[in-house]
Design a protein. Structure first.
Length: 479
């Protein structure tokens, strides 16, 4: 029988060429012999297919990881045995020797597959076990980070990590040298992590903690921290100094005297920078408050002009800046005289130029005073620019450069014509978006711009021609 079968324990495959049924079958029925031989080959193929489709499938045995494999091998082997039995029954082997061969194949196949599954299970359980230990070590470090100011918790977390390493050493049969090295690495990682946690909060305790525990740090960890900590310490000293000096509301001259008294140049430089930042933040708060007050007063003024224009002056807040007061007074006067505000075209282009000169500055700017110089429509336009995303602004800036260049080349120089051209262009682009429910692409947009500019350029040419004709007629009549 052993000569008939050629099996391999490692892969469960069989050499069909060596199955010599003709010399062993106890029947003279050649057709039966040949049929059983084909069925045996077919059975081997079916089992191989099961192994591929079931064990290596997306949710099969070899997709399981870590402790997921626990107890699963037996489930799959039972399923395989049941599967093979059902296939053997379906095939109906007639010869006694064929049946013996089939049962031998079944045993070998199950044994080989089970052997490989056991190896995979052992590997995954080993990985899971190691991951649990590693998680325990990481958990000890993370707990120390969270309770970094509690020495008792930090110490207990530190000791927990060491005890886990001892357990690992015993299980993995580490040498004394390996265990010592692993503990040194753990110590360095532990103290490095706690120090970094203090540093992230700009806590001077980071520097103190480093000084107390730097002997436990690996050279590379120590070098990384030392330079950064010295810089952080200097910055903390400089910042605390700057905050104190800033709180005194000193003059520039007095502040400079205090700065000159600092001997360490690096601390002096940092302190000067911090003072500048504190001053900037203070000014920003003042500007934001002023902007808020101005906008609030403008709302009161516009409401009054709409409902009771005769009382609008009563709502002027004379505690605000002169620029605001002048703008509000002009606005009220124009509303009373005309019922609306006519855009100052020169002012319009001045504002547009300001927007594209320094967009970041414009985003923070109080533009409420421009209400007195722009129509409601134009004011909403320049107000909308403050809501633009950076990418939108960048696209708009390219359009602005393109239009300005085209206006110059087209010799459209009169401010009235330039204004009408730009407004027509804005309406044309809005009209396209309304019709197509999207913004035009670059090519289409440029065509729209060129078309509008050509119309105004032709208008400019016609006006100049008419001017020359009139001059000629006047000249002739003058004669």
């Amino acid at each position: 029988m052993q000569k008939i079968l050629d099996s391999n324990r490692n892969n469960g495959s069989f050499n069909v060429e060596k199955i010599n049924l003709n010399s062993n079958f106890q029947t003279d029925n050649t057709d039966i012999k040949q049929t059983d031989k084909i069925k045996i080959i077919e059975l081997c193929n079916i089992v191989d297919k099961w192994e591929e489709e079931v064990l290596f499938s997306e949710n099969g045995f070899y997709s399981l990881q870590g402790k997921e494999v626990t107890g699963k091998r037996n489930e799959f082997i039972k399923e395989l045995e049941k599967f093979i039995n059902s296939k053997v029954n379906e095939m109906e082997f007639n010869d006694i020797l064929s049946k013996e061969i089939v049962y031998e194949i079944k045993a070998k196949k199950i044994s080989a597959i089970s052997y490989k599954m056991q190896a995979y299970e052992d590997k995954e359980l080993k990985n899971w076990e190691l991951s649990v230990y590693n998680d325990a070590i990481n958990s000890a470090i993370n707990r120390a980070i969270l309770y970094k100011s509690d020495n008792e918790v930090v110490l207990s977390s530190y000791n927990k990590g060491l005890s886990i390493i001892d357990i690992l050493a015993e299980k993995e049969n580490w040498s004394t040298k390996t265990l010592k090295k692993k503990k040194e690495i753990y110590r360095s990682e532990f103290y490095y992590s706690v120090i970094k946690a203090f540093m992230s909060e700009k806590d001077i305790e980071a520097y103190k903690y480093f000084e107390r525990n730097k002997e436990f740090l690996q050279i590379e960890d120590k070098d990384k921290l030392e330079k950064s900590l010295n810089k952080m310490k200097d910055n903390i000293i400089a910042y605390n100094w700057a905050q104190e000096i800033f709180s005194y509301n000193l003059s520039e001259e007095e502040i400079q005297k205090h700065l000159n008294s600092i001997k360490e140049e690096n601390i002096k430089k940092s302190a000067k920078s911090f003072l500048k930042n504190l001053e900037f933040r203070k000014q920003q708060q003042i500007d934001n408050k002023k902007k808020e007050d101005n906008e609030k007063n403008w709302q009161e003024i516009t409401d009054a002009c709409l409902n009771t224009p005769d009382t609008a002056e009563l709502y002027i807040d004379y505690t605000l800046d002169d620029d605001h007061i002048k703008s509000v007074e002009k606005y009220i006067k124009d509303i009373k005289n005309n019922g609306f505000i006519v855009t100052d075209k020169e002012k319009f282009f001045e504002i547009i130029s300001e927007i594209f000169k320094d967009f970041n500055k414009y985003l923070q700017k109080d533009i409420s005073k421009y209400r007195a110089f722009l129509s409601e429509e134009d004011y909403k336009l320049i107000e909308s620019f403050q809501q633009l995303e950076k990418s939108e602004y960048e696209n708009l800036y390219l359009d602005y450069i393109y239009v300005i260049k085209k206006l110059k080349n087209a010799n459209i120089s009169q401010v009235e014509d330039k204004y009408n051209c730009v407004k027509t262009l804005i309406f044309s682009l809005k009209d396209y978006k309304n019709q197509h429910n999207k913004n035009p692409d670059i090519e289409t947009k440029n065509k729209i711009i060129d078309s509008v500019l050509e119309r105004f350029e032709q208008k400019e040419i016609n006006v100049k021609k008419e001017g020359k004709v009139n001059d000629s007629i006047i000249g002739k009549s003058g004669k």
